[in-house]
Structures are given as C-alpha cells and as structure tokens.
Design a protein around this ligand. Sequence first.
Ligand SMILES: NC(=O)C1=CN([C@@H]2O[C@H](COP(=O)(O)OP(=O)(O)OC[C@H]3O[C@@H](n4cnc5c(N)ncnc54)[C@H](OP(=O)(O)O)[C@@H]3O)[C@@H](O)[C@H]2O)C=CC1
Ligand SMILES: CC(=O)N[C@@H](CCC(=O)OP(=O)(O)O)C(=O)O
Length: 346
Amino acid sequence: MIKVAVVGASGYTGAELLRLLACHPEVEVVSITSRKEKGRLLKDVFPSLALAYPDLHFEDPEPKTLARKADLVFCCVPHRAAMAIVPDLLAAGVKVVDFSADFRLKDPATYERWYETKHTAPELLDEAVYGLPEIWREEIMEAHLVAGPGCYPTSVILPLHPLLSQGLIEREVIIDSKSGVSGAGRAAKLPLIFAEVNEAFRAYGLPGHRHIPEMEQELSFAAGSEVRVSFVPHLLPITRGILSTIYVFPRPGVSGDHLREALKKAYQGEPFVSVLPPGELPDVAHVRGTNQCRLAVVPDERTARVVIISVIDNLVKGAAGQALQCMNLMCGLKETMGLVGPALYP
Ligand SMILES: NC(=O)C1=CN([C@@H]2O[C@H](COP(=O)(O)OP(=O)(O)OC[C@H]3O[C@@H](n4cnc5c(N)ncnc54)[C@H](OP(=O)(O)O)[C@@H]3O)[C@@H](O)[C@H]2O)C=CC1
Ligand SMILES: CC(=O)N[C@@H](CCC(=O)OP(=O)(O)O)C(=O)O
C-alpha cells in the first residue's frame, strides 16, 4: 500500500482527491491537513465522505512530521502557500504532487511577473515535472516533484500539443474557455456567491489571465519556437466542468479532417483522451466526475479555420484525477487505477 497525505484537504480539490482515493485499491490515506479544520473529523466537514473515511480527522502538522508518515504527499493549497511547504517535504524524502502554479513555470522571472510575488524555491523548478501524463509520461515516472497543470491549460494543451509539435497549425491560437465555479476554490468570495453567478455569464481575468504563460510554455516546447495565445476565460453558472473553444489556423495544405486524424493518432491507446467522430460534440455533462478529456475537431470550410472543442471536469482531469494519474505513474502502478469510474449523469 502507498501511504499518502493530503495537505489542504478542506478545499475542493482535496475533497475530490479523497473521493477518488476512496476507490483506489493500493492507497492508504494516513493524514489530511487543514489549518482551520484541525481536530475535526473529515465526515463532519464533508458528510459526502463519511462512509469512506469514518475516523479520519484533520491535523496541522509540520511538513517533516507529515513526511515521516507518508510516502507521497498531495499538496492542494493555493499558489504562494505551496512553495513554503513543498521544499521541506522533498527534503524529508517524500514524493510530492503539487496542485498549485508554484512549480509549473520553468523560468522564475516569468513566475514572478505573472504571480506578482518572489519565488522562494527557484532551485526546484528544474527538477519539477509538468504533470500532464499524455505529454510527459516518462519524466513523471521518474519524478520526485510533479507540478499539476492548471485546469484551463489541461483543456487547451491536450488538443494543441500534437498539432503544434507536428507543424500542422500556425502558432497563432485563440482560446475561449468557460469554467464552472468550483474552479475558483471553496473560499468564500463575493463575486462567486449564488446570486452573483446564477443566471449570469461573464468573462474575467482580462487582459491577461495567469494561465497564459503556462500554456505558452508548454505549447512553445511543442512547436519548438515561441507560441503566443489569446486566452479569455468565462465563468459559467455550473459547479464543475470546463469547455474550451479553440480557433486554429491550419498550415497550407492541411485540412480539418487531417487535424482530427492527427489527434486521433496521437491519442490512440490513451485511456483518458477521446477524439470524437465528425458530427459529435462534447459536453461538460459527459465528463462530470471523470478523468476524461473529450475533443471534437470541426472544420469551417467557409473560412479555412478549424474549431476545436475540448471538455474536462476541472476538479478531476483538471486537478485531482490528473494528480492521481501522476501518482500511479510515480509509484509504478497501473496508470488508470482508481480513475475508471463512469461520469455522473444526468
Ligand atoms: N479548483 C480547481 O478546479 C483547481 C485548482 N487547482 C489548484 O489546486 C489548489 C487548491 O485549489 P482548491 O482546492 O480549489 O482551493 P480551496 O480554496 O478550495 O482549498 C484550499 C486549501 O488550502 C488550504 N490553505 C489555504 N491557504 C493556505 C495557506 N496559506 N497555507 C496552508 N494551507 C492553506 C485551505 O485550508 P485551510 O485554510 O483550513 O488551511 C484548503 O484546504 C490551488 O493551488 C489551485 O490553484 C488546480 C487546478 C484546478
Ligand atoms: C473559475 C476560476 O476562477 N478558475 C480559476 C482557475 C483554477 C486553476 O486551475 O487555477 P490554478 O492555476 O490556480 O491552479 C481562475 O481562473 O483563477
């Protein structure tokens, strides 16, 4: 059994991870942490997890104490907080899957510019592996520190990476994404209360959302030269799910059908990415609660542009499920373990 701890287990991604871990045959959850819920039983904070964890309670230990109990720690705290915890965990010898943005960007100056804070552990950026298994599988298998991708970047990089790395599309990309409200976390914020979100729909994060450098970093690696994206996120009045509509410009002589075939080939055999046949379109309702990314490629013959639609559950393939997929790889387990349940529907 792999002994795991979940730091920041009182948030949405922590709770979602515990839901998934409850059905994982090779994992024992040895500790869950929260500063505010310290001492309380998990089942009193999240009754949805009562049957799976009747006796587990929140603690707030030092990272070193945690590292003595666990083989691997999932760190589900906000950026800035993560880089204060992760170095001590690694120094104490445990593997870490971090959910925050603190170890995603390779260049500390880029991090400092977009996150408006000094990076306090830049020496770890080189060894951190970007936790997108479909792209960095071999590296994740060897990693001690995995930086879980942002939810929007996951929905965007999966369709674009193969197309850019094969030189099939131009490097100008336009991305229009919509997210459910759980993407913003569980902490109370006025613009996120029911009456502000229900029956409403708005763009936010303009002119430059902080996921842009992460997308550009990974897409530039794929293309072998600098890629610049236009990215506008929107808030949908739903709890979970991201739908990204991506406008791409095929290189001369490349058709939309060609792009679809290239994606199908790139993801053949991948358990968590599906490329839909012509005429089928993805819906966030089809992936709710799953680690799936569903993609459709729609040629627009009138303009010669191609629209790609990508859906994920932000809490699963966009966070906890992808982290668990990485853990399976880091621990030598079957990559799909604990992640094969069907979607919740309706
Ligand atoms: N929500 C999503 O869809 C996605 C989130 N992420 C990332 O995952 C991480 C967690 O997100 P999410 O679960 O949504 O956030 P939440 O706000 O729901 O939860 C945050 C957790 O971190 C703890 N925490 C907050 N501040 C600190 C701090 N300064 N030091 C230590 N612990 C702290 C909180 O507990 P307490 O305050 O009691 O200690 C809580 O358990 C973030 O980095 C987020 O960016 C990544 C992809 C998708
Ligand atoms: C709806 C909503 O607010 N979503 C979040 C993205 C959550 C996420 O993945 O962000 P991290 O980079 O912090 O991990 C946002 O736009 O800030």
